[in-house]
Design a protein around this ligand. Structure first.
Ligand code: ACO
Length: 331
């Protein structure tokens, strides 16, 4: 029987604490008007100081399991895409595995920054296709509030905290393919334009590196913008091409929620109608690897995305990394 990985459940979690652009005006030299017009962001969520990535991943993962109607025992692989893990190791995925009571699974994190959700889906898909596992829990979880450099006003106003999960299961009897296509790619040559330099073996945490804020997020916003538009467009076209589909066959597009201007440029280049774009970054800002999953889960729970819909997800992030997936959501 042909093995058929399918997204069978989604879940997400954002912290309750809403931080508006006006709140940020009190912290940095910025304005609600600047942030809205440059990025489309109105507010974001920041978690309290006692929380970590696994704390956000637990409710998102639990919601995805419940939505899938699958018991934790049935999961045989846990993948956590994150750029803000609990710690370097053990992995946040191991913490999540333990805390969700998933007793017999492999678990690991992946580092693909904002493309982590698509990279995670790709891994889940290939592990199932290869016959290694049957049920995979992918939970992207990010706490960018921990790594924002409040002396860099161009970057610190763009990000927020959140987590999103999916269960991907082998469904050989399903009438449709779970995935029409997948595409992932990286360009390490440009790795320095979006980076969290200190805290690893290259630049250890020292009083000097902390003093220089090198343990905080650094981004060349303009360079990222230019490359993001190009690569998100080419990823979408690659994914469509691999599926032998035209843009008109897609019901919904979920781009990485980084900036409405980037999403609009990509939309125009793909000639997609505005109504097909799912956008929620006005409420959450850029939640990095979690952003596509939060938008997917929210749109499903609102009844916007329905069973049988074809959804194209397109990501771009630090690495640089990018990718796209075209999926069919089951009934
Ligand atoms: N508030 C007010 N003014 C600001 C702020 C701020 N927060 N930040 C910068 N400015 C000022 C600058 O100082 C500059 O002033 P000047 O002209 O007097 O020197 C002016 O605004 C314009 O600054 P630019 O950097 O040119 O602004 P730009 O229009 O390029 O927008 C932005 C900046 C929003 C960061 C844009 O480049 C962008 O969206 N880049 C993509 C970033 C992104 O989406 N990254 C995430 C993708 S990957 C991932 O998710 C990790």
């Amino acid at each position: 029987m042909v093995r058929n990985p399918v997204i069978v459940g989604t879940g997400s979690y954002v912290p309750e604490n809403v931080v508006t652009n006006c709140d940020l005006e009190e912290r940095v030299d910025t304005s609600d008007e600047w942030i809205r017009t440059r990025s489309g962001i109105c507010e974001r969520r920041f978690c309290s100081d006692d929380k970590s990535a696994s704390d956000l991943a637990v409710p998102a993962g639990r919601a995805a399991l419940e939505d899938a109607g699958i018991s934790p025992d049935a999961i045989d692989l846990v993948i956590v895409p994150t750029a803000t893990p609990d710690m370097a190791f053990p992995s946040t995925a191991c913490a999540l595995q333990d805390r969700l009571g998933i007793s017999s699974a492999a678990a690991f994190d992946i580092s693909a920054a904002c493309s982590g959700f698509i990279y995670g889906l790709s891994l889940a898909h290939s592990q199932i296709k290869a016959g290694v596992v049957e049920n995979v829990l992918v939970v992207a979880s990010e706490l960018y509030s921990r790594v924002l450099n409040w002396e860099d006003r161009t970057t610190c106003v763009l990000f927020g905290d959140g987590a999103a999960g999916v269960v991907v299961s082998n469904q050989p009897d399903s009438p449709t393919n779970g995935f029409d296509s997948l595409y992932i790619k990286a360009d390490g040559e440009n790795r320095n334009i979006l980076t969290l330099p200190a805290g690893g073996s290259a630049v250890p945490l020292t009083p000097e590196s902390v003093e220089k804020n090198e343990h905080m997020l650094a981004m060349d916003g303009r360079a990222v913008y230019r490359i993001a538009v190009r690569k998100m467009k080419s990823s979408a076209l690659r994914a469509l091409n691999r599926a032998d589909m035209g843009p008109d066959e897609i019901d919904w597009v979920i781009c990485h929620q980084a900036n409405t201007r980037i999403i609009e440029s990509v939309r125009k280049r793909l000639d997609m109608p505005k109504e097909k774009m799912i956008i929620n970054l006005d409420k959450y800002g850029n939640t990095s690897a979690a952003s596509i999953g939060i938008a997917l889960d929210e749109a499903r729970r609102e009844g916007k995305i329905r069973a049988g819909d074809k959804v194209m997800m397109v990501a771009f992030g630090g690495g640089l990394t990018w990718g796209a997936a075209i999926v069919n959501l089951p009934g």
